[in-house]
Design a binder for this molecule. Sequence first.
Ligand code: G
Ligand code: MN
Length: 269
Amino acid sequence: MLPLIDAVTQEQVLRALDNGEIRLYYQPLYNFKTKQFETVEALLRWQHPTYGLLLPETFLMQLDAIGMSVIVGDWVLKHACEQFKAWVKKGVSLKRVAVNLNERQLREGDFVERVASFLKNNKMHGHQLELEITENIQIRETDVDIIDALTRLKAMGVHIALDDFGIGNSSINHIKHIPVDRIKIDKSYILNIKSQSGDASIVQGFIDLAKRYHLEVVVEGVETYPQLVLLLLNEGLTAQGHYFSLAIPAKDAGDFLRYYQQHPFPLIG
Ligand code: G
Ligand code: MN
């Protein structure tokens, strides 16, 4: 586990956004059915002058504590949409860009309108954006405002993914009352898979469950060929992980996508 960074001020965060220390990396997701990288997930990184390259888990709580999570969340949405548009303009064939949401963003009264304006400003269709909701955002059936916002987003064509599936205590409940398009099985399950371990059957159980609810499945954290073999046994999955690509800067992600539009991804070797 990385150390959490010390107290950070609003000014420092604004400056870091401004001077490019806080930036987006992108990780492509491979669809086994179409054999294409159809989605990229935008992932926040902070190239910190003192601490080096920081992953979001080391600073998101700090942002939240100083009331900056909505500002940074909106910044991510805006930049991911702009990047998507720039790729499309350059002829990269990409179905959608995925963005991680935080709970406060989702609870803002005008969130749906803000998403609509980011889409409009970048001439994007709703279906070209995926919003990932993490399992640790507790959404109850009584959270009518959130469920209403998600329902309106879905009506705009926006895809909704349930991130970190399986590690929260409400995974199954969530897929029952949130309008979800796909689940992303948490990487901890796949990282632990060794032959015949219980985790392989848990992953299979999640896949079967998703099928019953007609949801797409993304398996996260695929790093090795043996992990991939398990996934090849199921049809139509999408996979994400270091086996395919790390999260990489936008320029590299564009090159990667363009290359694999023309060449099959070598699943073996
Ligand atoms: O919670 P979420 O699924 O959005 O987290 C994505 C994080 O997981 C990113 O920081 C990304 O770099 C990391 N990640 C992506 N693929 C892999 C992988 O194959 N192995 C490991 N250990 N981490 C990964
Ligand atoms: Mn995610």
